[in-house]
Design a protein around this ligand. Sequence first.
Ligand code: 13P
Ligand code: SF4
Length: 345
Amino acid sequence: MSDAARIEGIKSERGDRLAILGHHYQSDEVLAHTDITGDSLELARRIEGLEAEHIVFCGVWFMAETAAILRRPEQRIHIPAPDASCPMADMAVSRSVEKALEILSRSGKKIIPLTYVNSSAGVKAVVGRWEGSVCTSANAKRMLEWAMERGDAVLFLPDRHLAVNTADALGIPEEQRHILNESVIEEDPSLYVSPDEVEGKKLLIWPGCCPIHEEFTLDTMLEIRDREPEAKIVVHPECTPDVTREADADGSTSFIIKYVAEAPAGSTIYVATEANLVERLAERHKGEKIIRPLTVQRCEDMGKTTEARLAAKLSELDTAEPVDVAEEVREPARKALERMLKACA
Ligand code: 13P
Ligand code: SF4
């Protein structure tokens, strides 16, 4: 029996007791079996309303962990590719974030942390304990405003590009922003962070980034502008600020899907995000619009979920160890996420 047939067989056997969720960067062969496909915000929002006893998450680890933080006690979260991490999320370690917050707070200023959802449960827990919250690429502007209303300065983490792009969108002056020393990613922040860094700043920025989105360059965009002045360029806000500033539009994966769908027939659109999504959009709009990748960038971790691994996970639902989060982490991490869900209801 093929993997596809095994998956569909288990799905019809389990009915509503099973829900398969998938991120837009998953391959077509995986998304063919998902009940819900979405960007990070949409997927997080759907967890609480799900009746299913088993929730299988096709994406990277932090997404399954977010589901495990938000799940009801009787629900079990599974991930077909537990080795799929997000390199950006790995750039912020919870004890370093906590240490940096302690040092920055010695300035006497109230620092509110705001973590991108691409972060570990441990980081979300630290943020929750420090009265902060979470954002996704779909609500970063709203959540940065939320955080700024609650303190003297915000520590935005881990994505420095999303932080700067959001600050640009909100008109936060450059002199009020400050990016922490890159060494805090690997080393003890006590060596690199000082309370003086808060002086005159409203936005402190953790120096992480997405290695996939960082590959898109302004030079490629300028060549396209030169060669095809009519073409539009839409980018994900994890791209560098020079790329994002030059784009016609930027937004979450769901925003990009909508932007492409709403573009007039005959448009040519270059898209700067993960290749699976760009290829799907090109296929979906074939013959009507020309959709091209700015350059082809693949997230290896997103690609770790395959139809075979999904089939294997579905066949061990009752015996597999579910993804879970220790209670002392879950409680504050949940608070951080709930603040976001409430602010963006
Ligand atoms: P979205 O929230 O826009 O779906 O993005 C998640 C992600 O990991 C982008 O690299
Ligand atoms: Fe992480 Fe970048 Fe992959 Fe998204 S595309 S999961 S941010 S590494």
